[in-house]
Design a protein around this ligand. Sequence first.
Ligand SMILES: C[S@@+](CC[C@H](N)C(=O)[O-])C[C@H]1O[C@@H](n2cnc3c(N)ncnc32)[C@H](O)[C@@H]1O
Length: 224
Amino acid sequence: MTETTQPRDESDVPRGLQDDPLNGSPDVEAYFGDRYPQVRHFAELLADQGVLRGLIGPRELERVWERHILNSAAVVPFLGDGVIVDIGSGAGLPGLVVAAMLPERRVVLVEPMERRVQWLLEASREVGIDNVTVLRGRAEEVKESVEADVITARAVASIDKLVKWCAPLLAPEGEMVLLKGRSAGDELERAKYALRKHRLVGEVLEAGTLPGLEPTRVVRLTRA
Ligand SMILES: C[S@@+](CC[C@H](N)C(=O)[O-])C[C@H]1O[C@@H](n2cnc3c(N)ncnc32)[C@H](O)[C@@H]1O
């Protein structure tokens, strides 16, 4: 693997990120272990360019670690084996964080918007994340190009829609792990007809990262 992450001094850290209480935290460093340099490089790139490129809001800059990076990382313990396909990757969340944390896994990032596709290509190259493939398209359009062992998605669409779009992309034993937050249970209930149609069953699981941070929720959908 090509490791392009360089040691950086504090003056390289983008302004907003310097005010993030978790930036430089030993707990965050310990959490990511040997993947920390790459993940940190990605966090810095996102903080540096994310607002300008319309990927994150200006008020999110001081919470990049908790709100975006650790929130994305929370999905990692739920990812089984095989190819991971992240639908609607946008800024690279959770796809690029997952790929940085699991360098031995193949990760496909599916994103329809050209400027976001460009960002994903540039960010993965700059940070040295070389286990990703970026595919331009909508989930409903990429059936011929991908077969997913695990599908992830964050802030893309309701569970109901994601099931309709993504079930055809799943390998026979494939599953979906959707980052959903507080609405998870209600959304899962509203998706029951779509789940039945595609022979999937769902469960809501708590997904934590660091002690003291509010855990998020993932919805895991597996074959019935
Ligand atoms: C609100 S953004 C979230 C991006 C990222 N997952 C995150 O958590 O920051 C939603 C993303 O889903 C993408 N998207 C919308 N409809 C889609 C579809 N049908 N298939 C794949 N991606 C889609 C959008 O282009 C956008 O990048």
